[in-house]
Design a protein around this ligand. Structure first.
Ligand code: SF4
Length: 481
């Protein structure tokens, strides 16, 4: 295992740390393909999943006799280069890009995690968040780990059962784990993948000419030339080796897919449950236009996450669509802390209005969600300063009023603006002429998934996997220690 810590070991993605967008909790990728450069396939798979986690990245690889892990803080393209990938040879690999939910964002908590079994190593990568981590941690052998992440607890537990094969150990352990988990893991010869019984986070299986791929999103299959086979079922464990793909069920499926994947998290070119995310988002915009019509001259998105819904809103309302805000795509990826002068410019570092487009116009501004409201407040102010005569804000998700315990880091309830203010109070706080959120029913209908097969907890507070407040929280293991 090679350890290379960069600079201060931390990234500074958030120019305005008081108003971060929702953060996903990782992308996972696995490949079993003798004769292919599996570490390069994993690199490109992670590249396609970079939006799901930008704090650290890692790849584990095996040529049949030992597992090698390389991981570091930073983006996939910052962590790996040709020479590093050239040292990672083998016929199977797993990869991970992280946004931290349980456990600090430090090198030690980067994934894949590695643990030893009696017969060799076990590397594991996890998307999601467990909600009974302290209870699981009590079952670890004394001194076996100083884990501060749910993932490391899980890896150590899997590896410490020495009486049976890894897939038997997983089939026995996984039903005792609560929360959201889409997993890829491996020993020296075999690739495994598993998804929690609720299937909160996505996980798909793809086929290569000479092997198999497992990934968080279908977009990662596309980038490595794999064809989509199917979704890994909720409660399913699969094993991949030279005998092909074998499936076993470790729990009954009780599907509760994350509704927020459709709103914001997944890539628009990903397919969930047979329907393209982009198609769903455009439809959401149409519903939003029907639910919250307004007289205006131009519909503009908050780029880029508001774009598909803005297209749908414009199509349905007949109001022309235009680009009124230009996004600097790269500024949020800097390692350099902005100076005080730069920081005061705030939102302008990321978004700048096109004055000639917005001046003198009544605007509809479409965004995907409001977390704390600072970004939208700054956008409304900026558009008025650029000459807009009216600014009507339309949001393609219902108010986010509750925190997520299944792998998305929004904020605490107290920090969520919709946790304490009414829609009218939020409108006044943003300084908008009007504000309209899509209804929960409208959003659900646009996904074409029945409501009872979705998690919608951040919108309605009904958590499908019951939460024990004492056992959740980013620093739950560090705090208990
Ligand atoms: S609480 Fe919200 S973000 Fe979290 S899994 Fe449920 S729908 Fe998704």
């Amino acid at each position: 295992m090679k350890h290379v810590l960069k600079g201060d070991g931390h990234l500074s993605h958030d120019l305005d740390s008081h108003d971060r967008p929702p953060k996903d909790a990782c992308g996972v990728f696995g490949v079993w393909a003798p004769g292919e450069e599996v570490s390069k396939l994993t690199y490109y798979g992670l590249y396609a999943l970079q939006h799901r986690g930008q704090e650290s990245a890692g790849i584990a690889v095996s040529e049949g006799s030992r597992i090698l892990v390389y991981k570091d803080m930073g983006l996939v393209a910052q962590v790996f280069d040709e020479s590093v990938l050239g040292t990672l040879r083998g016929h199977l690999a797993i990869g991970h890009c992280r946004y931290s939910t349980t456990g600090s964002s430090v090198w030690e908590n980067a994934q894949p995690t590695l643990s030893s079994t009696e017969s060799g190593g076990l590397a594991l990568a996890h998307n999601g968040n467990l909600i009974n981590t302290p209870e699981l941690a009590k079952r670890l052998a004394p001194g076996s780990t100083r884990a501060t992440t749910d993932t490391e607890v899980l890896t150590t537990l899997l590896a410490q059962d020495r009486s049976q094969s890894i897939d038997d150990a997983a089939a026995e352990l996984l039903p005792q784990i609560r929360g959201a988990y889409s997993l890829v893991f491996m020993d020296e010869k075999t690739l495994y993948a598993a998804r929690d019984p609720q299937g909160v986070r996505p996980l798909v299986l793809g086929r290569l000419e000479r092997g198999w791929v497992v990934a968080s999103e279908t977009a990662a299959l596309d980038i490595v030339g794999a064809t989509f086979v199917r979704e890994i079922e909720p409660g399913e464990l699969i094993t991949i080796d030279e005998r092909g793909v074998r499936s076993r069920r470790f729990a009954l499926a009780e599907p509760k897919g994350c509704l927020f994947e459709y709103v914001y998290l997944a890539r628009p070119d990903t397919t969930i449950a047979g329907r393209g995310v982009q198609t769903t988002r455009v439809e959401v915009g149409r519903v939003l236009a029907r639910e919250h019509p307004v007289e205006a001259d131009l519909v503009i998105p908050t780029p880029e996450s508001g774009t598909p819904a803005a297209v749908g809103y414009a199509e349905e309302s007949g109001i022309p669509y235009g680009q009124g805000l230009v996004k600097n795509s790269y500024v949020g990826r800097t390692f350099i802390q902005p100076s005080q002068t730069i920081r005061q410019l705030g939102i302008r570092l990321k978004l700048n209005p096109l004055k000639e487009v917005v001046a003198g116009k009544r605007l509809v501004v479409v965004d995907d969600s409001i977390v704390r409201g600072n970004t939208q407040r700054a956008i409304v102010k900026m558009l008025r300063e650029a000459g807009a005569t009216e600014v009507h804000v339309r949001i393609s998700s219902p108010p986010v009023s509750w925190p997520c315990f299944y792998g998305i880091d929004f904020a605490t309830r107290a920090e969520l603006i919709a946790g304490s203010l009414s829609v009218e109070e939020i409108r006044a706080s943003l300084g908008a002429d009007s504000l309209g959120y899509i209804s929960l029913e409208g959003l659900t209908a646009a996904t074409t998934i029945p409501a009872d097969r979705l998690c919608r907890a951040c919108f309605d507070g009904e958590y499908p996997i019951p939460i024990d407040q004492d056992n959740v929280g980013k620093y739950v293991l560090e705090a208990k220690r």
